[in-house]
Design a protein around this ligand. Structure first.
Ligand code: NAD
Length: 244
């Protein structure tokens, strides 16, 4: 039987586009009310409204703004059952850059969004979601499992994001938190279309909807971590805490 999320509340960050939007739609299709937090105010508002909740401009790297948003979700939609920490970005290396040559500002930005965005949410919600036997999802990247050339701040911070997902699971798994870490290799979204110059030539890339279905399956099975390194769905048990 398919997972029924009727009456559940989900927050999706970066939910106005690409993977986040596909995940938000897939959760809503199972009955969840969706709150969208995204830098893009217009698309966030539109998506939230269409998916039974609301959306707002929120920078996940701004803890105070994120907490205000979480409080509003709890007040208006009810306690949070599912948190999808999906907002993320990379900074493309300049020509000839060595691994340490990206400016400090690029490292800071990737760290704040790709890592602290999840840390801030966990600080305020991990225990509450665990008490409801809910789900905390982090969209990391295959680059966090195997570094990608020319993308040091992205790869290194995505590796930290994978590690933080493991930290969440080993710390709060026994309290009832189900943690899933998405690590896709290449997904056809506006992010890569911008870098790769259009949807053509993205052979081997997954569609965002396919990633959303992989995640739903992991949630349904309450599998501890889901990795899609090389875009092959698979499960990795971490520190013996595979929840099956
Ligand atoms: P996307 O650009 O289509 O969507 C990302 C969304 O995040 C955008 O709507 C953007 O406005 C929002 N966002 C960015 N920074 C934010 C912030 N500080 N606060 C709130 N919202 C913010 O990109 P996507 O491909 O769907 O990427 C989603 C996630 O998937 C990212 O974490 C990305 O690193 C990861 N990822 C993507 C791929 C891929 O091939 N597309 C592969 C591996 C991992």
């Amino acid at each position: 039987m398919k997972m029924d999320l009727s009456g559940k509340t989900a927050i999706v960050t970066g939910g106005a586009s690409g993977i986040g939007l596909a995940v938000a739609r897939a959760l809503h299709a199972r009955g969840a009310r969706i709150a969208v937090a995204d830098l893009n105010a217009g698309s966030a508002t539109e998506a939230g409204k269409a998916l039974g909740g609301f959306g707002e401009a929120v920078d996940v790297a701004d803890e105070a703004a994120l907490v205000r948003f979480i409080n509003k979700v709890e007040r208006t939609l009810g306690p949070v059952d599912i948190y999808v920490s999906n907002a993320g970005l990379g900074v493309t290396d300049g020509p000839g850059w060595g691994a340490g040559d990206a400016p400090n500002a690029a490292w800071d930005l990737c760290w704040q969004v790709n890592v602290m965005g999840s840390v801030f949410a966990a600080r305020h919600l991990a225990r509450k979601i665990a008490a409801r036997n809910g789900h905390f999802v982090i969209t990391a990247s295959a680059a966090g499992l195997l570094a990608q050339i020319g993308d040091a701040p992205y790869s290194a911070t995505k590796a930290a994001a994978v590690s933080f997902a493991e930290c969440l699971a080993i710390t709060h798994g026994d309290e009832g938190l189900n943690v899933h870490c998405l690590c896709p290799e290449g997904v056809n979204t506006p992010l890569v279309q911008g870098i790769e110059g259009g949807a053509q030539g993205l052979g081997g890339y997954l569609e965002a909807d396919e990633v959303a279905q992989i995640l739903l399956k992991a949630m349904e099975d309450k599998r501890f971590l889901v990795m899609t390194h090389d875009n092959t769905p698979g499960y990795v048990a971490t520190k013996g805490q595979d929840r099956d």
